[in-house]
Design a protein around this ligand. Structure first.
Ligand code: PEP
Ligand code: MN
Length: 264
């Protein structure tokens, strides 16, 4: 079902007037984690002002260590839904277990499956039973075939609203947190009809690389971007402050993208 052979035309996912996979470049911006109502409200305001369409933020965080901050939970879903509604943005948040799919879908417009859960088949099957759009992140050691098969689980269950996200893979390089696989963008667009989103934040792990790799992703044919931005990155509650853009960098980047898009 994910294959272009089966479905030659691009899939366009339409959510409250925002089309993902069509003509428009979609930008999802926001913090790694929802922290407080004031934090998410202010970041939502800045995402909207910069021209973004979707507010990102994790309420449930998949942390490498069990003692790290794990997210604020359902409270965070509520805070983010309010900020999104107030500022006229769609929202995307990560869901980690099948049990939380319904509550996350109640509050968010798009559900994210994180890299560590790409092959959590129970989670994928559950997401196949609803119609809420899903952003499926590529596992950091997964091949394109494994990635597309993971998407297939959701599609086969009856949910056609799946987007694929390249978020960097593990290579021998340690300078960057991950290696953003730019080739994945055109390859996935060729093999599949599903929208392709790039995550240059986790893909590089370094703030100074997010701007160039965003532009490269657009040039490679990405339908959208998911970018971390924080008003106080050095004091953010996850370690992802080092890869989060400052609000002014985020705003400049989006205005540069407007200039770039017509050239492609
Ligand atoms: C995130 O988006 O903050 C995140 C945890 O992403 P990933 O699953 O790609 O690491
Ligand atoms: Mn993050």
């Amino acid at each position: 079902l994910a294959s272009r052979d089966f479905h030659p035309a691009d899939t366009v996912i339409s959510i409250k007037g925002v089309e993902i996979g069509g003509e428009q470049l979609v930008v999802m911006g926001g913090p790694c984690a929802v922290e407080t109502p004031e934090q998410i409200d202010e970041i939502a305001r800045l995402v909207k002002a910069a021209g973004g369409q979707v507010l990102r933020g994790g309420a449930f965080k998949p942390r490498t260590g069990p003692y790290s901050f794990q997210g604020v939970g359902v409270e965070g879903l509520i805070m983010m839904a309010e900020a999104g509604k107030k500022h006229g943005l769609l929202t995307i948040t990560e869901v980690m277990t099948p049990e939380y799919v319904d509550v996350c879908a109640q509050y968010a417009d798009i559900l994210q499956v994180g890299t560590r859960n790409m092959q959590n088949f129970d989670l994928l099957r559950k997401l196949g039973t609803i119609q809420t759009p899903v952003l499926l992140k590529r596992g950091f050691s997964s091949t394109y075939d494994e990635f597309l098969n993971a998407a297939e689980y959701i599609l086969a269950g009856g949910n056609p609203n799946v987007m694929l996200c390249e978020r960097g893979i593990r290579t021998f390089e340690t300078y960057t947190r991950n290696t953003l696989d730019l080739s994945a963008i055109p390859v996935l667009k060729q093999l599949s009809h599903l929208p392709v989103i790039s995550d240059p934040s986790h893909g590089t792990g370094r703030r100074e690389l997010v701007v160039p790799m965003t532009k490269a992703s657009v040039a490679a044919g990405a339908d959208g971007l998911i970018i971390e931005m924080h008003t106080d990155p050095d004091n953010s509650m996850t370690g992802d402050g080092v890869q989060s853009l400052f609000p002014d960098q985020f705003a400049h980047l989006l205005s540069d993208l407007e200039k770039l898009a017509p050239l492609l």
